[in-house]
Design a protein around this ligand. Structure first.
Ligand code: OFO
Length: 183
């Protein structure tokens, strides 16, 4: 008896997204290594922590495919993009990477809706929220580098930014958790 509760299209899509998350972890590792090499140890620390999050996302997809009786396929992971050229460029790349990942998640949500695969739809809602959080976090990075002076940021401003990011929380607070008292 076939126990696979995923359509073949969905199984393929989930496997691709699993690899996409593994790739995202590699991208963060590569940007973090670049930052460390440039002497930005706070930024590196922030990006290394994020690489771990992406790897956890990969595991969530892997576990879900197995849980639904599907077949996991561990594919090769593509090479990360070129190193950033500056801190601003690094944060722009991080933001773009999150947007691209959101697009992948949305495609799967759309497919789950079309297939009336409500279990997968429900599973993906966590990722919809996570991507909103990560985009907010990446937008925050872009704001910080803008305030620091963008491409013309002084060594002092970059020093402060680097120190702040070493302690920055991994999660962004979303609009839903805001209140009048805590805007
Ligand atoms: Fe997996 O959350 Fe970012 O990309």
């Amino acid at each position: 008896m076939n126990k696979n509760r995923l359509s073949s299209t969905m199984q393929e899509g989930l496997n691709k997204q699993m690899t996409q998350e593994a790739w995202a972890a590699q991208v963060y590792l590569s940007y973090a290594s670049w930052a460390a090499d440039e002497g930005y140890n706070g930024i590196a620390n922030f990006l290394f922590r994020h690489a771990n999050e992406e790897r956890n996302h990969m595991m969530k997809f892997l576990e879900y495919i197995l849980e639904r009786g599907g077949k996991v396929r561990v594919d090769p992971i593509a090479k990360p993009p070129d190193d950033p050229t500056s801190v601003q460029n690094c944060f722009e790349k991080v933001f773009q990477q999150e947007i691209d990942n959101t697009t992948g998640i949305y495609k799967l949500v759309k497919l789950s809706h079309e297939e009336s695969d409500w279990a997968t739809w429900h599973f993906l809602q966590w990722f919809v929220q996570e991507q909103t959080e990560e985009e907010t976090l990446a937008m925050g990075l872009l704001d910080k580098i803008k305030v620091a002076g963008g491409e013309n940021a002084s060594a002092d401003a970059l020093y402060n930014l680097d120190r702040d990011l070493a302690r920055a929380p991994d999660e962004a607070e979303l609009a839903e958790s805001k209140t009048v008292e805590n805007p």
